[in-house]
Design a protein around this ligand. Sequence first.
Ligand SMILES: [Fe+2]
Length: 235
Amino acid sequence: MTASGPESAAPAAAEPTAFYHYEYAMEDLPGFAAVLAELPALKIKPSTVDLAEFDEEFRADDLRSTSLAPDGAEYQRWRAALDTSRRRDFHLVNLDSHTGHEDYEAYYAAKIRLVGALEKVFGGDVRLSGNLWYPPSSYRLWHTNEDQPGWRMYLIDFDGEFPDAEHTSFFRYQHPETGELVTLRERPRLARFFKVEQDPDRLFWHCIVNPTPRHRWSFGCHVPDTWLDAIAGRS
Ligand SMILES: [Fe+2]
């Protein structure tokens, strides 16, 4: 489901896709023109990353685990049997681990401006939490982020459109009440909000998969609890 909000400038009518997940087209959000303007400098492919080497680390069985319910017996068995010497929770590139390349300075300056633009929108502290490049066939396996509770926003973009809306990257979560796996297909210039909880009964298990030939980027940050009021013009 998408909160497109075509009738009004402030997308106050946004419908949550679950009780603590919301997503919007960035262009529908007030103040996000300044955010969109930074994307070209943020969506970098550091020349220090060897993509051939990256591809060699792809594991089909890791990818398959994203189709299993994380509280299910099959997932638990797979996880327990993993050889810990090669156990990896993700197959992606952390942009902030690559500083010695020609795009870094412009990227860093864009990050500073991005935080400024977001703090203006939300009227409070915004802290970047993860700037990630998901090349083709990449993934982040099931996890909860429970060590960092609170509202999170991810800005997601790609190097092009998906020709087929059924074959895209996706965000998948397990609904803490129903146990249902919910798969949210992605598209360019998406802003996703979700709340990370620590209560064992409300852990937000989620994973991200880019099984496409497109390059995907996500810029995550902690946003104030009042974020929804801010974008709906209620603060
Ligand atoms: Fe996460």
